[in-house]
Design a protein around this ligand. Structure first.
Ligand code: ZN
Length: 171
């Protein structure tokens, strides 16, 4: 589907990252992101979790805090990009992978481009707001100055179930 347009030398579509000699695959990382997403339930936020990983090391892990903070920009992706940039000591996160349970929105897709994130792995599609295939393709648009390697649908059912359970419980 034309998703792989890597920039620079990152591992295009490799799907595996080494922790020393121990490989960490996308599904394992997504399971960690799902655990992170569950933490949002503690403050009645929509359960979305995100990690930033580099060379198999988790640099940062955050969940949605929009209700908790009253901040419309407090999506998991924005928060985790800020933490990862602080951890790396640079706004440039090329060579890093974001793993997030839900397809990023326009704001978060824009943040990924601005962070020069190397790769995006997401779980459930967001047909109402997703900007990384569903409604737009912000992360792979030749008109923008950076394009990411995008892998969609990793552990999609588990990620989506988390959300549907949350919204059903609220009714
Ligand atoms: Zn977002």
């Amino acid at each position: 589907m034309g998703l792989s347009v890597p920039e620079g030398g990152h591992r295009a579509g490799a799907g595996r990252h080494g922790v020393g000699s121990v490989p960490v695959d996308d599904a394992t990382l997504m399971a960690m992101a799902i655990e992170e997403a569950r933490r949002a339930l503690g403050h009645h936020d929509v359960p979305v979790g995100a990690l930033v990983v580099r060379d198999g090391e988790v640099l940062a892990s955050r969940h949605n805090e929009r209700e908790l903070t009253g901040d419309p920009t407090a999506h998991a992706e924005v928060l985790v990009i800020r933490d990862a940039a602080a951890a790396v000591g640079s706004w440039r996160l090329d060579g890093c992978t974001m793993v997030v349970t839900l397809e990023p929105c326009v704001m978060c897709g824009g943040a990924l481009v601005n962070a020069r994130m190397g790769r995006l792995v997401y779980g459930a599609p967001d047909l109402g707001a997703g900007a990384c295939l569903s409604l737009y393709n912000v992360c792979d648009d030749p008109r923008l100055n950076h394009r990411l390697d995008v892998v969609a649908g990793v552990e999609a059912v588990a990620c989506a179930t988390l959300l549907t359970d949350f919204f059903q419980a609220r009714r």
